[in-house]
Design a protein around this ligand. Structure first.
Ligand SMILES: Cc1cc2nc3c(=O)[nH]c(=O)nc-3n(C[C@H](O)[C@H](O)[C@H](O)COP(=O)(O)OP(=O)(O)OC[C@H]3O[C@@H](n4cnc5c(N)ncnc54)[C@H](O)[C@@H]3O)c2cc1C
Length: 469
């Protein structure tokens, strides 16, 4: 049996890789990665510079790991829907094995590839692994997808009967004799017209494993408290590893479970179930990438305000946590979860700007930018998503800062203009008496919190035709 193992950017690893393990067990193995212009055309790559850097790191690590095991990664440019069927026929493969994606465009790609392969009598087998449970498999008593996280989490937890993660193969067979294999070098950031960002996390399977190990050795124990603290390194920072599959979610789940970390461990596993929920939602409702879950939020009267948008993206709104989030995003392709929530709430509620603007901006700059999680994070924050934060709950960015960054450590790291601001004013620098102002070139708030809150509530009530419960 000759198998092509088609690595596709969400499974860049050799451990716990179902398609690779299956191919090894059944005979000859041809590892393939396609440089599809959907992502790799320079004008497309420019839309995801941080994700591209992490992906290229991870691809190089995968290439090295496969070589170490005795095989070789073949890298071929072209549209997947054409390249994969062409190569499978040319290389006389019996089957193509890959991991399934939940995104609608990935599903459509796979439908077309499967059809084309089928015409040549070549099998196309998709493996689970992106999520802990197959999307679509967690249903309520009526057989429908849950619309609320807590019962979903409970039902998913009850269904989980997870075996151990698969080990990496000990060795791989060399590429089979016969076919004339084509391959090109993995492109560099420079080839794609992108600048390297030295402050980004390094990609690759080993880097991911090291991050996971460090987390389950220590921070996981206090995760229940520290996960909300913007001033502490209390979370795992493995989101990009999960996104690009340098770690499988099963590996992460099992490592956290084995750590026996009490309440911290339980909270962490619960976050993995939130990840699960967002993927299952997107599987059920592919249109979530385009429109709000709540139909009554359709045609919501979002404002147009170029100056407010610019202030939010550049981190110059005058609200320190919101600005720190904007700058962290651009600087290191990451934003603390609490800061993401505050910044997203501010954009949609204080500024009344369409959540889809923020969603696209985050997807552009986040290293962990993931369609399912980013879309559900934004819809949750705007109040229009499935089991979202109620629309009439509006984060007070000052109070959030005071509570979750009490000394302003997070703010001072990302907003150097406030480096000398006393702790008492760090989250409301405009209150510092005029004669004593230490902030340098930092703006006053672009909106007043109380007025902006009232404006959002009045607008939302007007549109939704109801008040808070
Ligand atoms: C507006 C907004 C946008 C977001 N966009 C993304 C995104 O594009 N990609 C992404 O991976 N996460 C996104 N999140 C969720 C969350 O912010 C990140 O997963 C988390 O900050 C990543 O840091 P970590 O790996 O240290 O997380 P940890 O706290 O260590 O959590 C472990 C893992 O659990 C999952 N997770 C944690 N929190 C959530 C959550 N609220 N929802 C879903 N999964 C979660 C992630 O996969 C994360 O890596 C978004 C949240 C918001 C509010």
């Amino acid at each position: 049996m000759r198998s092509i193992v088609w690595f596709r950017g969400k499974d860049l690893r050799v451990a716990d890789h179902g398609p690779l393990a299956e191919a090894v067990a059944s005979g000859e193995v041809i590892p393939l990665f396609v440089l599809d212009p959907y992502f790799f055309a320079p004008e497309r790559a420019r839309e995801l510079p941080h994700r591209m850097q992490f992906l290229l790191d991870s691809l190089r690590a995968l290439e090295a790991n496969l070589a170490y095991l005795g095989s070789r990664l073949l890298v071929v440019p072209g549209r997947s829907v054409e390249v994969v069927p062409r190569l499978a026929a040319q290389w006389k493969a019996d089957q193509v094995l890959a991991h399934r994606w939940v995104e609608p465009f990935g599903r459509e790609r796979d439908r077309r590839v499967g059809e084309a392969l089928g015409r040549d009598g070549i099998a196309f087998r998709l493996f689970e692994g992106e999520t802990l449970l197959p999307p679509g498999s967690v249903r309520n008593g009526q057989g429908a997808m849950f619309r609320v996280f807590t019962p979903f989490g409970r039902a998913a937890g009850a269904k989980l009967d997870l075996g151990p993660a698969l080990s990496a193969p000990r060795a791989l067979p060399p590429l089979p004799d016969g076919p004339a294999f084509e391959t090109v070098p993995i492109p560099t950031m420079e080839d794609l017209g992108l600048a390297l960002n030295a402050d980004l996390q390094a990609g690759g399977e080993k880097a991911g494993r090291d991050r996971l190990k460090a987390f389950v050795k220590g921070p996981i124990g206090n995760y229940g408290v520290d996960r909300d603290r913007m001033d502490r390194p209390g979370t795992s920072r493995i989101s990009a590893d999960l996104k690009f599959g340098t770690l499988s979610v099963l590996t992460v789940w099992q490592a956290a479970w084995a750590a026996e970390a009490g309440e911290g461990g339980r909270r962490f596993l619960n976050e993995l179930l939130w990840r699960e929920f967002s993927h299952h939602l997107l599987w059920e409702w592919p249109e979530l990438l385009e429109k709000p879950f709540r139909a009554d939020f359709g045609a919501f009267p979002w404002r147009m305000d170029a100056a407010a948008w610019q202030a939010w993206t550049e981190g110059r709104t005058g609200y320190p946590v919101v600005d720190a989030a904007a700058r962290q995003l651009r600087a290191e392709g990451f934003v603390h979860n609490r800061a993401r929530m505050v910044a997203a709430s501010f954009l949609t509620k204080h500024l009344l700007l369409d959540y889809r603007l923020g969603e696209a901006h985050y997807l552009r700059w986040l290293t962990d930018g993931d369609w399912a999680q980013n879309s559900s994070g934004w819809q949750w924050s705007a109040g229009c998503g499935c089991d979202a934060q109620p629309w009439f709950r509006i984060f007070n960015p000052t109070a959030q800062g005071q509570r979750f960054d009490p000394k302003g450590v997070y703010v001072k790291r990302w907003v150097p203009e406030l480096a000398d601001c006393p702790t008492a004013f760090i989250h409301e620098p405009w209150k510092q008496p005029r004669g004593q102002r230490t902030r340098r070139d930092y703006p006053d708030p672009i909106v007043d919190h109380a007025l902006a809150r009232e404006r959002f509530l009045a607008t939302a009530k007007g549109h939704l035709g109801q008040g808070p419960a």
